[in-house]
Design a protein around this ligand. Structure first.
Ligand code: FAD
Length: 393
């Protein structure tokens, strides 16, 4: 179930849940090179889980989350009935666009709003070492990147003793250069850094490298050959330079050290109210941090140091990120935050145990999600370690 039907004139598409993002992007660009859809960076991400939890990538500042741009769905509800937006009602439709996969039903296909993109976009990737000033650049980037024009997204990957500044600009190098020299001259970006291409080529370029072709994004096998543990945070106040110095000096040098990927918000993703969709990380968020630790062989011996690193580093970061609750992104599922429990004598996941992780992913929207769950799936048929529990009456 992975067909994609693009209606170029209406600027919409229906995509089946089994499709991967690369297949979706490819089909859109084939139908019209002037159209795009804002979703994740990796072409092998599955549409089903990704849209269920929000879904963001290099177009997030221009067009928002994938889930923000879902306009209809076909879903099999807990009673086995096929529903669409009209028949399911707005509460249910609200919940399945960001409330996380495997809680409300099985989404079979999704109707998407597509967006115009220019024929030429520009990508740059500028690595900076700590010796070349990576820490000063990162310190400035935190407030700069969320305030840039919405056509420009600059994210950062920090690892080892360097930071990679990676950008997608919806325009040509000629218009990007004056913008960069006025807003971020310290990065030293010049014409040699510009890679001009179509939007769909930028998907292949950013994830698979310079030599990748557009057809490579159709490959359903991931190019990442590693095991990993993911955690996430949101930052609302810039982190001080001395903290970045400690991170590079003390944390990126430890055994098992992984990577921090930082995606700036601001502009379109930050515009909706916190309750407009289940995804609450909107106004005031400067950027999202994704922490990843990797290991290459199965088993405790290979995973011990990377897992210890990511857990200890997450504990260290607590004072510098959002608080009460410390927010997290549901698509970077983290069972360390808590798992569902079934209270004695009950046969459904308990709402109070779910709050431990649910309020981090959804803030105040967790209660509404649990109320929708109680209405549509009171027996908790769709459940896993972090599925939405039904709110007791
Ligand atoms: C390499 C990599 C890169 C990533 N990059 C990004 C990124 O750039 N941006 C971003 O936002 N996220 C990113 N993610 C996170 C990604 O969005 C989540 O892992 C997402 O859950 C993947 O969905 P899936 O369908 O591939 O996975 P699955 O594990 O199949 O699904 C995740 C959950 O959703 C449920 N589910 C799946 N399909 C459906 C359906 N049709 N109806 C109801 N429930 C369903 C599953 O049961 C499961 O509980 C990345 C993940 C990886 C591994």
């Amino acid at each position: 179930m992975r067909k994609v039907y693009v209606h170029g004139k209406a600027r919409t598409a229906w995509v089946d849940s089994g499709a991967q993002l690369g297949e979706l992007y490819y089909a859109i660009a084939k139908a019209s090179p002037k159209l795009a859809f804002p979703a994740g960076v990796c072409p092998t991400i599955g549409v089903g889980g990704h849209f269920s939890g929000g879904g963001f990538g290099m177009l997030l500042r221009k067009f928002g989350l994938a889930a923000d741009n879902v306009i209809d769905v076909k879903v099999v509800d807990p009673e086995g009935k096929l529903q669409d937006r009209k028949s399911m009602g707005e509460d249910y439709f609200w919940a399945i666009r960001g409330g996380g996969g495997e809680s409300f039903g099985i989404v079979v296909s999704w109707k998407l709003d597509l967006f115009p993109v220019p024929p030429t976009v520009t990508v740059f990737q500028i690595p900076k070492s700590v010796k070349d000033g990576a820490i000063d650049l990162l310190t400035k980037w935190q407030e700069l990147a969320p305030a840039l024009p919405e056509d420009l997204m600059i994210r950062v990957m920090a690892q080892g003793q360097r930071a990679m500044f990676e950008a997608l600009y919806l325009g040509t190098c000629t218009t990007l250069l004056p913008l960069m020299s006025s807003r971020f001259p310290e990065l030293g970006m010049n014409r040699t850094h510009c890679n001009e291409m179509s939007w769909v080529q930028s998907i292949a370029f950013i994830h698979l490298g310079k030599r990748a072709t557009v057809k490579d994004i159709l490959n359903r096998t991931s190019s990442i050959h590693a095991f990993g543990k993911y955690k996430s945070d949101y930052v609302a106040q810039p982190i001080g330079k001395s903290v970045w110095e400690t991170i590079y000096r003390d944390w990126f040098t430890k055994p098992g050290a992984g990577v921090m990927i930082m995606d700036p918000y601001g502009a379109t993703i930050s515009a909706p109210d916190e309750s407009a969709t289940p995804f609450p990380h909107r106004k005031g968020v400067l950027y999202n941090i994704q922490y990843i630790s990797f290991w290459s062989a199965d088993g405790a011996a290979a995973s011990a140091a990377p897992i210890k690193w990511i857990r200890d580093f997450y504990a260290f970061m607590e004072p510098y990120v959002t608080k009460n609750p410390r927010q997290a992104y549901v698509n970077y599922r983290d069972l360390d935050l808590g798992v569902n429990e079934v209270a004695a004598g009950a046969n459904v996941s308990s709402y109070s145990s779910g709050k431990a992780w649910g309020e981090r992913y959804f803030k105040g929207n967790f209660e509404r999600l649990a109320a929708v769950k109680a209405k549509g799936d009171p027996t908790d048929y769709f459940r896993n370690e972090q599925s939405i529990p039904p709110l007791p009456a």
